[in-house]
Design a protein around this ligand. Structure first.
Ligand code: GTP
Ligand code: MG
Length: 346
């Protein structure tokens, strides 16, 4: 999964990226946009690896990429190009000020900042759709792309981001090539000052996030960067001292998962213990296809056991005698924490 860190100049994107990368060098101001790939922390994978001692253990991985800045009337082409390459946007909003970074004229206003970014994305999509419609009109094309674009532009005109519009599978396919920015799932990141970590600074932003149905992560990028440079045990102590329950990395990953509506299922064995991410509602046969196309083509059944049930039983054999190992068909909807073993025949 690829997450774009997007936001206004100086919101703290690079600082956050360094925190996610666990220290090290990230691009300085004005240099090429930085990227970092991290393993999604998952205790279930670690515990299963402890039981199966596999040759290989694989976590889900997420790539974070800095995109930006997004300031001004229109998004510059290089910013748009960055947005097109990601699956989720994490919008970093500035909520801190100190001696070196004084408040801008008019004061800090993360809600306003978010609204302006949202309308930039919507406007940019509007222009793309409009241009394409003009072209299609000249060519007298009236296909599914044409009707889908009209549906899109009717909402964009009212400044409704495409994220909020439900398109049929056919319409989605017709629009996929445009990679509209306002269609991307969002997570908001409020970068607060060190003193605002415990208090709920900018409560209005919580209402806006709830209203939009997008996750909101509150953090101090600067503190998180400092934490990321400590040893794991020091990190735990420091987090406890500051009253932070989880490091930014965990919370941002969660936010991205929530925005994408992703769940994780697991596969186990002597060769590999692995976590896989799929969209909630994915059926067993599509989940099998994520592992390997042969498993989808030759799918017979999936043996499924809940992670918790397996831990309680300790072995697959015991789980079977206790009736915890189920046989499921192609249409079974995979749940978060399912351990899957696909029976197939090709
Ligand atoms: N006090 C404080 N300063 C911060 C925090 N986060 C970032 N800064 C500072 O704000 C400045 C800008 O941060 P960056 O991370 O470079 O911001 P950016 O969003 O990458 O900025 P551009 O790449 O120029 O768009 C740096 O000097 C940071 O040290 C924070 O949580 N608290
Ligand atoms: Mg930067």
């Amino acid at each position: 999964m690829k997450v774009g860190l997007f936001g206004h100049v100086g919101a703290g994107k690079s600082t956050l990226l360094r925190a996610l990368a666990g220290g090290g060098d990230a691009p300085a101001k004005g240099q090429a946009a930085g990227v970092c790939t991290i393993k999604v922390p998952d205790e279930r994978v670690d515990r299963l690896a402890g039981i199966f001692h596999p040759k290989k253990t694989t976590h889900v991985s997420i790539t974070f990429q800095e995109i930006g800045p997004g300031e001004g009337e229109l998004l510059p082409p290089e910013t748009l190009a960055g947005i097109k390459g990601v699956e989720v946007l994490a919008i970093v909003l500035r909520g801190f000020a100190d001696d070196f970074h004084p408040e801008p004229p008019g004061g800090l206003n993360p809600v306003k900042e978010f609204r302006s970014i949202e309308s930039e994305l919507t406007l940019s999509d509007y222009l793309v759709a409009q241009k394409r419609i003009e072209r299609m009109t000249k060519e007298a094309r009236r296909d599914i792309e044409w009707t889908s674009l009209h549906k899109a532009i009717a909402h964009l005109e009212k400044e409704i981001p495409l994220r909020k519009v439900s398109f049929s599978a056919e319409e989605s396919r017709a629009l996929a090539g445009f990679r509209f920015g306002s269609r991307l799932p969002l997570t908001l990141v409020l970068n607060v000052g060190e003193g605002d970590l415990s208090a709920e600074a900018y409560p209005e932003l919580s209402s806006v996030a709830a209203d939009r149905g997008v996750p909101l992560v509150r953090l101090s990028a600067k503190i998180e960067e400092e934490i990321s440079q400590l040893s794991p045990s020091e990190q735990a102590d420091f987090l406890r001292e500051l009253g932070i329950r989880r490091a930014a990395r965990d919370r941002l990953v969660r936010g991205a998962f929530e925005a994408m509506d992703f769940i994780c299922f697991l596969t186990v064995g002597e060769d590999e213990v692995r976590a896989w991410n799929v969209q909630r509602g994915t059926n067993a046969v599509s989940a099998a296809g994520k592992i390997h196309s042969d498993l989808e083509k030759g799918f017979i059944r999936a043996e499924v056991i809940r992670y918790e049930d397996f831990l309680r039983c300790g072995t697959m054999a015991k789980a079977k005698t206790e009736g915890k190992l189920r046989l499921e068909g192609r249409d079974y909807v995979v749940q978060d924490g399912d351990i899957l073993h696909v029976r197939f025949n090709v």
